[in-house]
Design a protein around this ligand. Structure first.
Ligand SMILES: [Zn+2]
Length: 217
Protein backbone atom coordinates (compact mmCIF):
# COMPACT_ATOMS: atom_id res chain seq x y z
CA UNK A 1 0.00 0.00 0.00
CA UNK A 2 1.08 3.48 -0.74
CA UNK A 3 2.54 5.50 2.09
CA UNK A 4 0.26 8.31 3.09
CA UNK A 5 1.11 11.76 4.26
CA UNK A 6 -0.87 12.67 7.31
CA UNK A 7 -2.27 16.18 6.97
CA UNK A 8 -4.95 18.03 8.74
CA UNK A 9 -7.23 20.72 7.47
CA UNK A 10 -7.09 19.53 3.93
CA UNK A 11 -9.61 18.12 1.64
CA UNK A 12 -8.95 14.49 0.91
CA UNK A 13 -7.31 14.50 -2.42
CA UNK A 14 -9.54 13.16 -5.11
CA UNK A 15 -7.13 13.90 -7.91
CA UNK A 16 -4.40 11.45 -7.01
CA UNK A 17 -1.12 13.08 -7.94
CA UNK A 18 2.01 12.56 -5.87
CA UNK A 19 1.56 11.72 -2.22
CA UNK A 20 -1.90 10.82 -1.05
CA UNK A 21 -3.21 13.29 1.46
CA UNK A 22 -4.77 11.54 4.38
CA UNK A 23 -6.53 12.89 7.35
CA UNK A 24 -7.82 10.40 9.86
CA UNK A 25 -10.24 12.94 11.30
CA UNK A 26 -12.07 13.47 8.07
CA UNK A 27 -14.73 11.20 6.77
CA UNK A 28 -14.03 9.35 3.56
CA UNK A 29 -15.84 11.24 0.85
CA UNK A 30 -15.55 8.76 -1.95
CA UNK A 31 -15.62 5.05 -2.27
CA UNK A 32 -14.14 3.61 -5.42
CA UNK A 33 -14.16 -0.03 -4.44
CA UNK A 34 -11.39 -2.50 -5.09
CA UNK A 35 -9.54 -3.64 -8.15
CA UNK A 36 -6.71 -5.89 -9.31
CA UNK A 37 -3.41 -4.08 -9.77
CA UNK A 38 -2.49 -4.17 -13.45
CA UNK A 39 1.17 -4.80 -12.57
CA UNK A 40 1.23 -7.23 -9.62
CA UNK A 41 -2.38 -8.44 -9.83
CA UNK A 42 -2.98 -7.93 -6.13
CA UNK A 43 -6.33 -6.62 -4.94
CA UNK A 44 -6.15 -3.07 -3.64
CA UNK A 45 -8.53 -0.39 -2.48
CA UNK A 46 -8.98 2.19 -5.19
CA UNK A 47 -8.31 5.72 -4.04
CA UNK A 48 -9.64 7.27 -7.22
CA UNK A 49 -12.08 6.21 -9.87
CA UNK A 50 -9.33 5.49 -12.39
CA UNK A 51 -6.71 3.86 -10.15
CA UNK A 52 -4.83 1.12 -12.01
CA UNK A 53 -2.04 0.12 -9.65
CA UNK A 54 -1.73 -0.72 -5.98
CA UNK A 55 1.03 1.66 -4.94
CA UNK A 56 4.20 3.64 -5.59
CA UNK A 57 6.28 0.66 -6.62
CA UNK A 58 3.81 -0.60 -9.21
CA UNK A 59 3.12 2.96 -10.31
CA UNK A 60 6.80 3.39 -11.09
CA UNK A 61 6.84 0.11 -12.97
CA UNK A 62 3.78 1.00 -15.00
CA UNK A 63 5.28 4.35 -15.90
CA UNK A 64 8.60 2.86 -16.90
CA UNK A 65 6.85 0.22 -19.04
CA UNK A 66 4.92 2.99 -20.74
CA UNK A 67 8.08 4.99 -21.43
CA UNK A 68 9.84 1.91 -22.66
CA UNK A 69 7.03 1.13 -25.09
CA UNK A 70 6.94 4.74 -26.21
CA UNK A 71 10.69 4.72 -26.79
CA UNK A 72 10.51 1.47 -28.74
CA UNK A 73 7.76 2.90 -30.90
CA UNK A 74 9.61 6.17 -31.50
CA UNK A 75 13.14 4.85 -31.51
CA UNK A 76 14.05 6.37 -34.87
CA UNK A 77 12.77 9.75 -33.86
CA UNK A 78 14.52 9.64 -30.49
CA UNK A 79 17.78 8.51 -32.05
CA UNK A 80 17.63 11.26 -34.65
CA UNK A 81 16.93 13.80 -31.96
CA UNK A 82 19.77 12.56 -29.75
CA UNK A 83 22.13 12.55 -32.70
CA UNK A 84 21.23 16.09 -33.68
CA UNK A 85 21.61 17.24 -30.10
CA UNK A 86 24.95 15.54 -29.81
CA UNK A 87 26.20 17.07 -33.02
CA UNK A 88 25.09 20.51 -32.01
CA UNK A 89 26.67 20.26 -28.55
CA UNK A 90 29.61 18.05 -29.39
CA UNK A 91 32.27 20.21 -27.76
CA UNK A 92 30.32 20.82 -24.61
CA UNK A 93 29.42 17.14 -24.23
CA UNK A 94 32.95 15.98 -24.95
CA UNK A 95 34.32 18.39 -22.37
CA UNK A 96 31.76 17.21 -19.84
CA UNK A 97 32.53 13.58 -20.48
CA UNK A 98 36.28 14.22 -20.32
CA UNK A 99 35.93 16.08 -17.03
CA UNK A 100 33.84 13.27 -15.61
CA UNK A 101 36.32 10.60 -16.64
CA UNK A 102 39.19 12.60 -15.22
CA UNK A 103 37.37 12.88 -11.94
CA UNK A 104 36.44 9.17 -11.95
CA UNK A 105 39.45 7.40 -13.46
CA UNK A 106 38.19 3.85 -12.89
CA UNK A 107 34.76 4.49 -14.34
CA UNK A 108 35.36 3.45 -17.92
CA UNK A 109 37.06 0.21 -16.98
CA UNK A 110 34.44 -0.66 -14.39
CA UNK A 111 31.67 0.03 -16.90
CA UNK A 112 33.30 -2.13 -19.53
CA UNK A 113 33.80 -4.97 -17.07
CA UNK A 114 30.25 -4.78 -15.80
CA UNK A 115 28.70 -4.59 -19.27
CA UNK A 116 31.10 -6.84 -21.15
CA UNK A 117 28.42 -9.03 -22.73
CA UNK A 118 26.17 -6.10 -23.59
CA UNK A 119 29.03 -4.22 -25.24
CA UNK A 120 30.11 -7.28 -27.18
CA UNK A 121 26.57 -7.90 -28.43
CA UNK A 122 26.13 -4.31 -29.53
CA UNK A 123 29.51 -4.32 -31.29
CA UNK A 124 28.61 -7.56 -33.02
CA UNK A 125 25.27 -6.14 -34.16
CA UNK A 126 26.97 -2.99 -35.43
CA UNK A 127 29.59 -4.96 -37.33
CA UNK A 128 26.98 -7.18 -38.91
CA UNK A 129 24.88 -4.23 -39.95
CA UNK A 130 27.79 -2.17 -41.28
CA UNK A 131 30.08 -4.86 -42.63
CA UNK A 132 30.65 -3.23 -46.03
CA UNK A 133 31.25 0.18 -44.54
CA UNK A 134 33.73 -1.19 -42.02
CA UNK A 135 35.60 -3.19 -44.64
CA UNK A 136 35.87 -0.13 -46.88
CA UNK A 137 37.12 1.96 -43.96
CA UNK A 138 39.65 -0.71 -43.10
CA UNK A 139 40.91 -0.89 -46.67
CA UNK A 140 41.37 2.88 -46.80
CA UNK A 141 43.10 2.89 -43.42
CA UNK A 142 45.44 0.06 -44.40
CA UNK A 143 46.32 1.70 -47.69
CA UNK A 144 46.98 5.02 -46.05
CA UNK A 145 49.07 3.56 -43.23
CA UNK A 146 50.65 0.62 -44.99
CA UNK A 147 54.23 1.49 -44.03
CA UNK A 148 53.40 2.22 -40.43
CA UNK A 149 51.37 -0.98 -40.08
CA UNK A 150 54.06 -3.11 -41.69
CA UNK A 151 56.73 -1.55 -39.51
CA UNK A 152 54.73 -2.24 -36.40
CA UNK A 153 54.00 -5.81 -37.49
CA UNK A 154 57.68 -6.47 -38.16
CA UNK A 155 58.64 -4.96 -34.81
CA UNK A 156 56.01 -7.10 -33.10
CA UNK A 157 57.29 -10.18 -34.84
CA UNK A 158 60.93 -9.46 -34.01
CA UNK A 159 60.04 -8.80 -30.38
CA UNK A 160 58.11 -12.02 -29.98
CA UNK A 161 58.59 -14.42 -32.91
CA UNK A 162 57.56 -17.60 -31.08
CA UNK A 163 54.31 -16.15 -29.87
CA UNK A 164 53.46 -14.76 -33.32
CA UNK A 165 54.31 -18.05 -35.01
CA UNK A 166 52.15 -19.97 -32.54
CA UNK A 167 49.26 -17.57 -33.10
CA UNK A 168 49.57 -17.91 -36.87
CA UNK A 169 49.72 -21.70 -36.55
CA UNK A 170 46.64 -21.77 -34.34
CA UNK A 171 44.79 -19.49 -36.75
CA UNK A 172 45.57 -21.55 -39.85
CA UNK A 173 44.82 -24.74 -37.93
CA UNK A 174 41.37 -23.36 -37.17
CA UNK A 175 40.79 -21.97 -40.65
CA UNK A 176 42.00 -25.01 -42.51
CA UNK A 177 38.63 -26.63 -41.82
CA UNK A 178 37.09 -23.99 -44.05
CA UNK A 179 37.60 -25.02 -47.71
CA UNK A 180 36.79 -21.50 -48.95
CA UNK A 181 39.62 -20.09 -46.86
CA UNK A 182 42.06 -22.79 -48.05
CA UNK A 183 41.17 -22.03 -51.66
CA UNK A 184 41.67 -18.33 -51.12
CA UNK A 185 45.01 -18.73 -49.37
CA UNK A 186 46.30 -21.18 -51.97
CA UNK A 187 45.35 -18.80 -54.77
CA UNK A 188 47.03 -15.92 -52.99
CA UNK A 189 50.21 -17.91 -52.40
CA UNK A 190 50.22 -19.05 -56.02
CA UNK A 191 49.84 -15.49 -57.22
CA UNK A 192 52.62 -14.30 -54.91
CA UNK A 193 54.96 -17.01 -56.18
CA UNK A 194 54.15 -16.13 -59.78
CA UNK A 195 54.60 -12.40 -59.22
CA UNK A 196 57.88 -12.83 -57.32
CA UNK A 197 59.36 -15.80 -59.14
CA UNK A 198 62.74 -14.13 -59.79
CA UNK A 199 63.08 -12.86 -56.26
CA UNK A 200 62.13 -16.22 -54.74
CA UNK A 201 64.48 -18.12 -57.03
CA UNK A 202 67.34 -15.77 -56.15
CA UNK A 203 66.58 -16.26 -52.46
CA UNK A 204 66.51 -20.03 -52.88
CA UNK A 205 69.83 -19.95 -54.77
CA UNK A 206 71.40 -17.80 -52.06
CA UNK A 207 70.17 -20.19 -49.39
CA UNK A 208 71.50 -23.17 -51.33
CA UNK A 209 74.96 -21.65 -51.80
CA UNK A 210 75.14 -20.56 -48.19
CA UNK A 211 74.37 -24.11 -47.09
CA UNK A 212 76.96 -25.51 -49.50
CA UNK A 213 79.57 -23.07 -48.26
CA UNK A 214 78.85 -23.94 -44.66
CA UNK A 215 79.17 -27.66 -45.43
CA UNK A 216 82.51 -27.23 -47.20
CA UNK A 217 84.01 -25.23 -44.34
ZN1 LIG B 1 0.74 -3.70 -7.71
Amino acid sequence: MEKRMNVSNTTLSYNRKGTIKFDAKQAIRHKFGKAHCTICDEVFTKLSHNAKVCGTKCKRERKSAYHKAYYEKNREKANAYAKAYHEKNREKLNAQSKAYHEKNPGYKKAYREKNREKIKASQRAYREKNRDKINAQRRVHRKKNRDKINRRRRADYVANPEKKKAAARAYSEKMRKNPEWVKKVNARNRKYREDNREKLNAKERARYHAKKKKESE
